[in-house]
Write a protein that binds this ligand. Structure first.
Ligand code: ATP
Ligand code: MG
Length: 450
């Protein structure tokens, strides 16, 4: 028995009342059998898209992809995708079928699906339909192609990355024949659009434990992330590190528990600029001057190529830029950082620095983690006190500065000066106090300018 929410049940019932066969299919069946709550419910049916539209004439429907057989039906404000049983035509570009044919046969529809665990259907009246050993693979926690892997990856190379994504997200391993075929066919990923690669790669990174998978399939990742190759086996020659740049990065990634995309990306890529910045001094010690900036540049390029959204990019690049900034365990310093990054990004930076530290040689880990713990406590105190740490919190604003006769750049400079006074504890965050202080500042800058 699979629990079915009422909106999905309604779609099944309406189709059956109209004389059609209808099943839950794909991810929702897989997740339900695993005991997880599916994110959405897809339905497959022998009704053609036109018949589906007619059956749901009383509902809001969206013609999502009629030529592929998909109609979205909205029930109780929840969209449910209904797709006609179909067979994909020939593939000529390793991307998409040239055409699709509708079929009356559920088995044919299941056969076109990517992996056995994604190729099961279910309806309450007749139970589970599992033609390709999906249940067995679920129990063994295996990702296995439906059919011959070389053929399936040749049809649609995105499946290569989908295999890695499902393995990471579900915590599964990839069945050996499928794994071998992934390595063999990896270059076909060059035919896939950046947006589709990005979607699967980002989900992969946010999986349960992506690091071992990234390591095992680093050759596959390198097809669309050639920059990472320089990290493989790159020895660091410093006492702070007991692993090469690639392994260090994976260790840092492995200790990011939050499934936060920017944090995971930052942990994975924070040292990608190291190989290009490497120098060795006469004592044989390695240095990586300027590597944070170099990592930012390489990562910016990489994320642009993947068509990453701006908010994610901004967060990742900021985290990487400051990943090795020396944060001091003082309230003053903490307030400055809170002001500069905002609380969310600052706490993420602390997480990144902790993950980075944990991936260092053992003697250096505990002291750094201790300091980071202190900084986190201080930051929490600052927030709990409602203390002032940004221009937004300041008891005066730009308009007040204009009233005092300031203009242009002077306004920002005056506010920065006041914020520093308040953060340093040299002035109370009160309007009269600050207006008085800024008058002194105006006189001083005026005299020093004349
Ligand atoms: P998620 O929880 O991420 O939504 P999902 O299994 O529903 O997982 P989708 O990408 O939404 O994944 O795809 C829905 C279903 O469509 C899959 O379970 C699979 O059966 C089929 N499918 C999707 N993409 C492909 C593909 N490229 N090749 C073959 N079958 C696919
Ligand atoms: Mg889905």
């Amino acid at each position: 028995m699979i629990p079915i929410p009422s909106h999905a049940q309604t779609v099944l019932t309406v189709l059956e009342q109209n004389g059609y066969d209808a099943y839950l299919v794909g991810g929702c069946v897989r997740d339900s059998l695993l005991g997880d709550t599916p994110s959405d419910y897809d339905i497959t049916t022998n009704a053609t898209p036109q018949q589906v539209l007619a059956a749901f004439s009383a509902y809001h429907t969206v013609e999502t992809g009629l030529q592929h057989g998909t109609v979205t039906v909205v029930v109780d404000s929840v969209p449910v995708e209904v797709t006609t049983f179909r067979i994909d035509g020939d593939y000529h570009d390793n991307r998409r079928p040239d055409c699709v044919t509708f079929t009356g046969n559920l088995r044919d529809d299941l056969a076109r699906r990517d992996f056995t665990v994604n190729a099961m259907a279910y309806r309450p009246s007749t139970g589970l339909v599992d033609c390709f050993g999906g249940q067995q693979d679920l129990r063994a926690r295996l990702i296995r192609c439906v059919g011959v892997p070389d053929i399936r990856f040749g049809e649609d190379a995105l499946r290569i990355l989908r295999a890695l994504r499902f393995a990471a997200v579900l915590g599964f391993t990839i069945e050996p024949e499928t794994a071998k075929s992934i390595h063999k066919n990896k270059l076909l990923l060059n035919h896939i659009a950046a947006e589709r690669i990005q979607a699967e790669f980002f989900k992969l990174l946010c999986g349960i434990n992506p690091a071992p998978l990234l390591d095992e399939y680093r050759d596959v990742l390198a097809v669309f992330l050639p920059e990472i190759t320089a990290m493989f086996g790159f020895a660091q020659h410093t006492k702070y590190h007991d692993s090469d740049v690639w392994r260090h990065s994976l260790r840092a990634l492995a200790s990011i528990e939050a499934h936060s995309l920017p944090l995971r990306l930052a942990a994975f890529l924070h040292d990608i600029g190291k190989p290009a910045c490497f120098t060795m001094d006469e004592d044989g010690i390695g240095h990586f001057y300027g590597h944070a900036k170099q990592s930012v540049e390489l990562t910016r390029n990489l994320l642009n190529r993947l068509k990453c959204d701006n908010a994610t990019k901004h967060a990742v690049l900021t985290l990487i830029e400051y990943h090795d900034a020396e944060l001091a365990p003082t309230k003053k310093s903490v307030k400055r950082w809170l002001g500069r990054l905002g609380p969310e990004l600052f706490f993420d930076l602390l997480r990144l620095q902790a993950a980075d530290s944990k991936a260092h040689a053992a003697p250096y880990v505990a002291p750094r983690l201790h300091a980071l713990g202190q900084i986190r406590t201080l930051a929490q105190e600052v927030l709990d006190e409602g203390a002032c740490f940004s221009l937004r919190d300041l008891a005066v604003n730009g308009r007040d500065m204009i009233t005092l006769g300031l203009e242009g750049r002077q306004i920002g400079a005056a506010l920065d000066y006041l914020l520093t006074l308040v953060i340093d504890g040299a002035a109370e965050n009160e309007k009269t106090v600050l207006l008085h202080a800024v008058q002194g500042w105006i006189e001083e800058t005026h005299t020093s300018n004349t």
